[in-house]
Design a protein. Sequence first.
Length: 212
Amino acid sequence: MTSPINPTATGPAPKVFIVDDDPAIRKSLAMMLQAHGLATAQFASAEEFLADYQPAQPGCIVLDLRMPGMTGEELLKTLRAGNANIPVIILTGHGDVPVAVRTMKLGLVDFLQKPVEHQTLTETVQQALRQDATRRAADAETQKLVKRMSRLTPRERELLGMLASGKTSKEIASNLNVSVKTVDNHRAHLLAKLDASNVAELAAMAVRAGLG
């Protein structure tokens, strides 16, 4: 069995959000997951979950499909429309192929049928929490990179964009009406300023920061 996901040193512990209108199922799932050291929160409806949800909270959702009011599929669509990328596991007793296909296209971790085996659920939840942790770490690195890029001068950003597009020093010099030596000097300065080892790394940084 995979061990529970540990919280980061500075961030909150991950939490499993159980969204199901059946109180007995919510309680059973919570007990099952808590036995593996996982924090849980229970919600009787999609609306109740949305009213409480904070995107900064790490975790995943174990979601029923058929609920009064907003359905599980509608909740998933609402989250994705709002750019909420929290991992979602559908757990339903009424699944069918069209619904499974539609929801998987919205980025499900898995589509499970009730009753679910204890091991299957816990392993799928662990997978979802690892996915969430990986995405959050990548997002944090991208934000750091964007902040570093914001310190570049307009000319440095222009040069970086040209390097990212694959232009040679000679082509850049011609476009900017400067000497090749000047371009090479600017490139060396960019490498040092962004702590990149080569132009390929600079290009990758530009793409990740949305400049390429």
